[in-house]
Write a new protein. Structure first.
Length: 137
């Protein structure tokens, strides 16, 4: 096999694998929709690039070990970017959950303050009635 065919095959396999783990991450709610859509687009581009690009005379420009090094660096960059997008998605989800919890807490505090005001107004009226009753007797 020549190096061009190996690169094309690696691109297609990487694209399919990336699309699979992206859909899996989306279904498990580990990744948000915008990130999943971006990674799905990247994987489709990799698949189409592997299917339609035809690198000619690649052995003339880069050796087998050089190609292995470039592939390793590319894998590390893809893995790092994917890992970072998972972490950012997780932080976005946590931030959204915390904002919802804060909204609920604020509503609860407002309700408790309203109940406290109503109770204190009720106590003042009750004390005024008790004083009037004491004066009358």
């Amino acid at each position: 096999m020549d190096a061009g065919f190996e690169i094309r095959l690696a691109m297609i396999i990487t694209g399919v694998f990336l699309l699979g783990i992206t859909m899996l991450s989306l279904s498990r709610r580990k990744m948000t929709d915008p990130f999943a859509l971006t990674w799905a687009l990247i994987s489709v581009i990799l698949i189409l690039g592997g299917a339609f690009l035809r690198p000619a005379e690649l052995n003339r420009y880069i050796s087998g070990m050089g190609m292995l090094m470039v592939a390793s660096i590319g894998f590390c960059l893809l893995f790092g970017a994917y890992f970072m997008s998972l972490r950012v998605s997780e932080l976005m989800r946590r931030n959204q959950e915390l904002s919802m919890q804060i909204s609920l807490l604020r509503q609860t505090v407002e309700d408790l303050e309203e109940q406290w005001e109503n109770a204190s107004v009720g106590d003042e009226e009750g004390e005024a009635r008790n004083e009037e009753a004491a004066v009358c007797h």
